[in-house]
Design a protein around this ligand. Structure first.
Ligand code: F1P
Length: 351
């Protein structure tokens, strides 16, 4: 049960390594497309998991590539184009993210954007022969990250890593690119070190509500962690910006809630203050951080230290295998099959 999904989660660092080895492909892409090189505005689009990837990609493009970057749902682009673009003034690159390249809203968004001559469309997909790739002006593909599972796991992290590499080439930030070279090796260590702890947490945490919190580029990861828990284990699961949690949603915090903090370095103090408040409300807490200090250890029921030594924007993918495993093992503990999640198909195609 769930073997395809589990294997793809556990082996995803192989796909990361393959993406990292495609530097020439990435360099070639950036150098041969002036419109990408000099664009000031980037719009990242997607649906479901791919929209949450877009959220993190926009944050990292703003920080690393120093371009104006926004995340949009593909559906808003074709339903409300004049609300998401300043059509008579805006130009830019629309990066449409889709593992399958067949999701209807992603294809419809590409078609709509292509009616505006001032925009460039670029598909990011795991399927080079897909409709979306054919529809867009440009494409970046990671076929090595394609997967059998319905839910997205290695495809999410591999496409995010690809976009991190693109951002580093646009910024010529060699220090950031250097950080990324270590990511698959560190990821392998993280999975090996914490696989059993996450499995044990999922199987022995008798709670009924899950909340995932993150700021900046970690908010997209918190949303994706929420979706993994929801899609696979059919649990009540929410995601918020960490500091947003106090503004209402914390009314639900109690002994029945398990809150996972995807901790950043940049926002650490403010995020730990939220952790302290939630602890006082009786919620069970897991903190995933790069390195914990005494305060974090004292306030957390469970701590996972990635110990990567990487910057916030460089270590994003390292959080995800553990969050994917969290949802996976919660599902199997409930007797569900993660390979066949309820009501879901691998691609949403609207006729
Ligand atoms: C997007 C998506 C996934 C979801 C499920 C159905 O697919 O909505 O986010 O988990 O697999 O498809 P895609 O556009 O990235 O192929």
């Amino acid at each position: 049960m769930g073997t395809a999904t589990l294997q793809e989660i556990l082996n995803q660092t192989r796909s990361w390594e393959s993406v990292l080895n495609r530097t020439q492909y990435i360099q070639g892409f950036v150098q041969s497309h002036e419109n990408v090189c000099h664009a000031e505005d980037f719009f990242f689009l997607g649906c479901g998991t791919s929209y949450y990837l877009a959220l993190s990609a926009a944050s990292l493009f703003q920080r690393i590539a120093q371009r104006r970057a926004r995340a949009l749902t593909a559906s808003d682009v074709f339903l409300f184009p004049d609300s998401v673009f300043r059509l008579n003034r805006e130009t830019g690159v629309n990066v449409i993210i889709s593992r399958s390249g067949s999701t209807t809203e992603a294809v419809w968004a590409a078609k709509k954007i292509n009616t505006f001559p001032q925009f460039t469309t670029c598909a990011v997909s795991c399927r080079p022969e897909s409709t979306l790739v054919k529809e867009c002006h440009l494409s970046l593909t990671t076929p090595e990250a394609d997967e059998k599972s319905v839910v997205m796991t290695q495809s999410f992290t591999s496409m995010l890593l690809l976009l991190q590499l693109i951002a580093s080439h646009l910024s010529k930030d060699t220090a950031f690119e250097k950080e990324l070279t270590k990511i698959s090796e560190i990821g392998e260590t993280v999975i090996k070190r914490y696989h059993n702890q996450i499995k044990d947490l999922a199987q022995n945490t008798g709670v009924t509500k899950f909340t995932f919190l993150g700021q900046g580029p970690f908010y997209g990861l918190a949303c994706e962690s929420m979706l993994k828990m929801k899609e696979m284990s059919l649990s009540v699961s929410d995601a918020y910006h960490s500091m947003e949690f106090r503004h209402g949603p914390m009314s639900m915090a109690d002994e029945q809630m398990f809150i996972t903090f995807l901790l950043s370095n940049q926002g650490r103090d403010a995020e730990v203050a939220v952790l302290k408040d939630m602890k006082n409300l009786g919620a069970k807490t897991l903190v995933i951080c790069d390195s914990a200090d005494e305060e974090i250890t004292k306030l957390s029921d469970h701590v996972i230290e990635l110990q990567s030594g990487l910057s916030d924007h460089a270590r994003l993918v390292l959080y995800m295998p553990l969050m994917q495993l969290f949802g996976y093992y919660k599902a199997t503990q409930k007797g569900l099959d993660p390979d066949n999640p309820k009501n879901l198909t691998q691609v949403v195609e609207i006729t």
